[in-house]
Design a protein around this ligand. Structure first.
Ligand SMILES: Nc1nc2c(c(=O)[nH]1)N[C@H]1C(S)=C(S)[C@@H](COP(=O)(O)O)O[C@H]1N2
Ligand SMILES: [Mo]
Length: 199
């Protein structure tokens, strides 16, 4: 069982679970406001510099899970595709093209924003957004789209799946009660902004 499952991390697939996805055939199209649009395969991604960050995924539904997330930094991807100065947001599309969410370029460029494929050294399963998901600990979890197949570089913001249904466009983490998944789901409190520790 995956570590995330063992500690009872909730599995969210608002658009419906995608079923089994083939890691070896995975491709992510990156296009829009850039000079070098490309399609990166699973194999291409594995050749890029790998990064592991200790960080939390924190859901607006008030739970948070901490661990070592591994992947490639979004900053490296922005460099690779030669994002234009006009690019202000990144729009992530999950498999099936129903779920999308957009984040500001400056958040994507931060050190702990990744295209992630592993958690605590285990490859992500479909339940948790494998083969490759967006992961950014700076914003609510709905900004970290799972099983992504496309990234559009935009020159303006577009509200996504949850934003159109009432969650904030900024995705800024708000202070309040929050369950600590790593501690058996114990109710604690988080500060506003990226959650590094409970308060
Ligand atoms: N495609 C897709 N990505 C998604 C979601 C979803 O429903 N569908 N839920 C989001 C929300 S609200 C959260 S908190 C996290 C949860 O990640 P997990 O299901 O891996 O725990 O995924 C985000 N990415
Ligand atoms: Mo969430």
């Amino acid at each position: 069982m995956h570590k995330l499952a063992k500690i009872n991390t909730p599995i969210f697939w608002a658009e419906g679970h995608p079923g089994s996805l083939k890691r070896e055939d995975w491709k992510i199209e990156i296009s829009g406001s850039c000079d070098n649009p490309c399609i990166l395969s699973w194999q291409d991604l594995q050749k890029l510099p790998q990064k592991t960050v200790q960080a939390r995924l924190t859901s607006v539904t008030r739970w948070s899970v901490f661990g070592a997330w591994t992947g490639v930094s979004m900053a490296d991807i922005l460099d690779l595709v030669k994002a234009k100065d006009s690019c202000t947001h990144l729009r992530f599309w999950s498999v099936g093209m129903i779920y999308d969410t957009s984040i500001p370029r400056e958040i994507a460029a931060k050190e702990r924003s990744l295209l992630a494929w592993a958690f605590d050294d285990e490859l992500l399963t479909e339940d948790y957004g494998g083969p490759v998901r967006a992961f950014t600990p700076y914003l609510w979890g709905y900004k970290s789209a799972k099983s992504i197949i496309k990234i559009e570089l935009l020159d303006h913001y577009i509200p996504g799946f949850w934003e159109l249904r009432g969650y904030t466009d900024s995705g800024k983490i708000e202070a309040g009660p929050c369950r600590d998944i790593n501690d058996g789901g114990k109710l604690k409190s988080i500060p506003a902004g990226e959650v590094k520790d409970f308060v």
